[in-house]
Write a protein that binds this ligand. Structure first.
Ligand code: PNW
Length: 456
């Protein structure tokens, strides 16, 4: 496709949304305040041995009490968007949207979004970032189809209460991650290792929850509300960019994401996915597949590590090339560095499924940040990572990818799930003893990029 003139000369398009991202359980703290009910992450993080150093999200970065200070930080960065998530159990402590929503919980998010708007920062709201109500897990959680309907009912209420001041909603965050890490590998909450059929069914209920929530939001949110999701597709990237490998990466994008983005955009599971599962295939109906593929206003892509794809003489036409032990990584072992993922994935997603708009809803890096005696955090590794990835995103847009915004993960150091506070992803350092925030070198770099709308 033709180069967009708006993105030429190293610049990003006019009106490009620069933002930062967080999630409720990772930054809020105040786990037992405001009438909040228990989520599976409260349970899981309190089981000895599940999270590094026995860390929990009980206090975390305490954004619940410090959101005004965090908004001031964002103002200094010049960002125009903040992606946050709503804690389901602050709104409905036992997950069921039957009675009235908890006014204190709802009030917190209303104050948060009002303060964002006052600072001219657009709120981008995720409805589910992994903190499933424990009361629903007790009834089978994502193994139980009813959870998908309960999620849609909750989404309807939040949509009706917040859409007067929030114009962008994402249903779920990373169905691929929470189903695989939580229900197949058992390293995330709720810590299960189901068999193949169980995992396939959980994934099906995850995409169904998304689809039913899209329908609920269309019915209950203000007309014109923009509705999407944030998914981390297997980031198919050609091993080297020649025609055969690009073609292979296109095929891999669909197959490797068959139970997730492919189902959501195409309304069916690929034949290869169903054939591979055989007797372990998920049970589903046509009506469910229709709900799952409800039209979206945008798709959010969380992109970190590439999945390198090589053309091969196999039935699927490709193989996955796994990084060797010496391949460059950030502080998290899974975070192999491949800036060109941010070139290829938006382009291939755009070509394959023609979404109306793409946002990069997460991208960022963990690093072993240390504070100097002068109180500075000079994270040159994270700065290099962001510069390299953003250069590739700029090229991607120039070559036609319909990307409207970018949200760096994360504004703040926070509770990195099973890694606890051991892995830091923030562009702002958090001293967890004092809750003092210190913008890192990468925050200064990001500010320059945001201010000039180009990589400097
Ligand atoms: C995403 N992996 O999680 C989440 O959306 C964030 O909540 C999280 O903090 C961030 O990325 C950084 O990890 C992932 O193992 C967790 O491949 C693990 C993986 C990928 C994404």
């Amino acid at each position: 496709s033709p180069a967009s003139p708006a993105a030429q000369g190293g610049s990003f398009p006019q009106g490009f949304v620069w933002g930062t991202a967080t999630a409720a359980y990772q930054v809020e703290g105040a786990a037992n305040l405001g009438g909040r009910g228990k989520s599976i992450w409260d349970t899981f993080s309190h089981i000895p041995g599940k999270v590094a150093n026995g860390d929990t999200g009980d206090v975390s970065a305490d954004q619940y009490h410090r959101f005004k200070e965090d908004i001031a930080l964002m103002r200094d960065l010049g960002v125009k968007g903040y992606r946050f998530s709503v804690s389901w159990t602050r709104i409905f402590p036992d997950g069921l949207a039957t009675g009235n929503p908890n006014a204190e919980g709802l009030g917190y998010y209303q104050r948060l979004v009002d303060a964002l708007r006052e600072a001219s920062i657009e709120p981008y709201c995720t409805l589910f970032h992994w903190d499933l109500p424990q009361a629903l897990e007790d009834k089978g959680g994502w193994q139980n189809r009813d959870t998908a309907q309960h999620f849609a009912d909750y989404a309807a209420v939040v949509g009706s209460k917040l859409s007067d001041r929030v114009s962008h909603f994402m249903t779920t965050n990373e169905i691929r991650s929470f189903t695989e890490l939580g229900y197949a590998n058992g390293v995330h909450a709720p810590g299960l290792k189901l068999d193949a059929q169980g995992v396939a069914q959980v994934k099906h209920h995850g995409v169904l929850a998304h689809g039913l929530a899209v329908q609920a939001l269309r019915a209950h949110a203000r007309p014109g509300t923009m509705i999407g999701l944030a998914e981390n597709p297997a980031a198919a990237t050609p091993v080297i960019p020649d025609a055969a490998n690009i073609h292979a990466a296109e095929a891999a994008l669909r197959e490797e994401n068959a139970p997730f983005l492919t189902a959501i955009f195409e309304g069916r599971y690929t034949e290869r996915y169903l054939a591979q599962l055989g007797g372990s295939a998920p049970k589903f109906t046509d009506a469910e597949m229709k709900a799952i593929s409800s039209p979206l206003d945008f798709v959010g892509l969380n992109i970190y590590n590439p999945m390198y794809i090589k053309a091969a003489d196999t039935p699927a036409g490709y193989t996955v090339v796994h990084p060797s032990p010496t391949y460059p990584r950030m502080a998290s072992p899974w975070l192999t560095v491949g800036p060109e993922a941010l070139y290829w994935v938006p382009l291939l997603v755009g070509r394959t499924w023609q979404p109306r708009a793409i946002y990069i809803t997460e991208n960022g890096a963990s690093a072993a940040d240390l504070m100097t005696p002068h109180g500075e955090v000079l994270d040159i590794d994270r700065a290099m990572f962001l510069r390299n990835y953003l250069n590739q995103l700029q090229r991607s847009i120039t070559d036609g990818a319909p990307v409207k915004g970018y949200f760096v993960w994360s504004l703040l150091d926070n509770f990195e799930w099973a890694d606890g506070y051991d892995k830091r992803f923030g562009i702002v350092y958090v001293d967890y003893k004092t809750q003092k925030r210190t913008p890192k070198l990468s925050a200064h770099l990001y500010r320059n990029i945001v201010m000039q709308n180009r990589i400097v």
